[in-house]
Design a protein around this ligand. Structure first.
Ligand code: GDP
Ligand code: MG
Length: 335
């Protein structure tokens, strides 16, 4: 039984200058689209500038008109995007107060995802079981054909459940649902030994100030040299995460696909009805839905190691990574 009691601070009072949820949504969308247009036009005007400088097209009056129009449109779109990004948001993010809600005595349950991860799952379970802040470790085996489930149980997992619906998102959603039972805090992580149980205490520290804490693998100092966050996945994740920031203000994001995260159970209960993505783009789906509900989301640097066993996700090949990235970008524009 949980001994955790929420030391509630008064609920944040709505600021008189705060815009309505609908306004925040539409201005968020407008900022995202104006930033996208500005970026697109910068590329187009770069191309027309090169053609103007390097080819005889500079002599053609029609081309010169198109080039001038492109430059004007680029300037206007960039000005609108700049105004939205740097000024409009000041009136849209309610100046709400920060808070501390103690997590002393909170029951912390860890849900580990696993799919044919027999090489790593035993080590991952032992690491989390040895963590003093963790009360239960639940492994969700996505119907593996190897010995994942048996090895997880032998390593001391408190529960091993089999999720028969395939997909990374299915596995994560089941892990969240199983871990939520009788818990105050849920930690979601992969059972592939890329993440460290020693980071649990960092998550708990920041969760006292918010509803959802996401890990980020973008911090060079915390990353081994041979992880899947390579020359493409690392900058790619950071750029797409910045696109999310143009849609939602106030939350600094640098990683789209870090599974490792912690959520308060009451926040998870509000969120779970909105979770539906079963594929590999589940990770941003979860935090975008949380941001849509104006939850307080913080991203923190986590330790990141090379995987043990074969990657089945975006680390496995660049074509799959590109497909997943497109789906993630689609989520941002639909939000
Ligand atoms: N990609 C993928 N991962 C799954 C699936 N089911 C469960 N998982 C687990 O989700 C986590 C992410 O997959 P992983 O192979 O590590 O992908 P990576 O992190 O992109 O290399 C691992 O713990 C997998 O075992 C699935 O259907 N597809
Ligand atoms: Mg992994």
């Amino acid at each position: 039984m949980s001994v955790y009691k929420e030391t509630h601070l008064p609920r944040p009072v709505r600021h008189p200058r705060a815009a309505s949820a609908g306004t925040v949504k539409w201005v968020g969308r407008f900022t995202l689209w104006s930033t996208t247009c500005a970026l697109f036009l910068i590329v187009v005007s770069g191309i027309t500038a090169l053609l103007w400088a390097l080819t005889p097209l500079a002599q053609a009056p029609t081309f010169v008109t198109i080039h001038r129009l492109t430059l004007t449109a680029t300037f206007l779109a960039a000005a609108v995007a700049f105004a939205n990004l740097f000024f409009v948001h000041r009136w849209l993010v309610p100046p709400r107060n920060a808070f501390y809600r103690s997590l002393e005595g909170a029951r912390v349950h860890v849900g580990l995802t696993a799919w044919n991860d027999q090489e790593s799952i035993g080590l991952a379970v032992r690491e989390f079981k040895a963590c003093p802040d963790v009360h239960r470790v639940i492994v969700v085996d996505n119907n593996s054909s190897d010995a994942t489930a048996r090895i997880a149980a032998e390593a001391g997992a408190d529960e091993v459940v089999i999720e028969t619906i395939p997909g990374y998102g299915s596995c994560c959603m089941r892990a969240l649902a199983e871990a939520a039972q009788d818990a105050d805090v849920i930690i979601l992580c992969e059972g592939d030994m890329t993440f460290s149980a020693r980071d649990v205490k960092k998550f708990l520290a920041y969760l006292e100030n918010c509803d959802l804490v996401l890990g980020t693998r973008a911090t060079q100092e915390l990353r081994d040299h041979d992880t899947q966050m390579d020359w493409l996945l690392n900058p790619g994740n950071q750029i797409v995460a910045k696109l999310v920031q143009t849609r939602f203000w106030g939350t600094r994001l640098t990683d789209m696909g870090c599974t490792y995260r912690a959520i308060r159970v009451e926040a998870y209960r509000r969120l779970k009805g909105h979770l539906r993505v079963r594929g590999s783009h589940f990770s941003p789906h979860m935090f975008i839905e949380a941001l849509k509900m104006a939850m307080r989301v913080i991203e923190i640097p986590v330790f990141f190691r090379a995987r043990i066993g074969d990657s089945k996700g975006v680390g496995s090949n660049k074509i799959k990574a590109a497909r997943v990235a497109l789906k993630m970008i689609g989520l941002i524009y639909k939000a």
